[in-house]
Design a protein around this ligand. Sequence first.
Ligand SMILES: [Zn+2]
Length: 152
Amino acid sequence: MDTLPTDRPIWTLTLENLEAVAVRFWADRGYTCPTPVQVYRVSDISGAHAWGDMPGNRVWLSDYLLDELEKGNAVTKLDARCWLCMNYIHERGHNAGLPHDVGYKIMHMGPGLAERFGPCLAWAHRNREARTSRNRKRRHHRRFRHGKGGRK
Ligand SMILES: [Zn+2]
């Protein structure tokens, strides 16, 4: 899928934070995520919420995945954070060269994983009140919304 757009690069405190979590997650298992990572926001990834080069340093995150963070009550936001975190670690796993059929649950993304994936649950809880980062992200997105191509 090398036709995915690269005209909406994003970088936020949340992503910076997640990147550190993902790099450490894979380093602890003996894998190196190629850096510097390039993250793009995209409206459609053929039904997927995220995509990552395998191997490579590019990650695409869907509007759906990112918009979920802005919606709902605290509980939903926490779930959305956990889900974003899991997708991010998954895609960085692809970046490190890992396919789906390896012995790591995060690369299978099987049913029910979100409810018991420790590293992301912990991260979501740690960051549940990251108001500053959310506000910065909002400003960041607004800039791109009015930029080239606009927003759907
Ligand atoms: Zn995958």
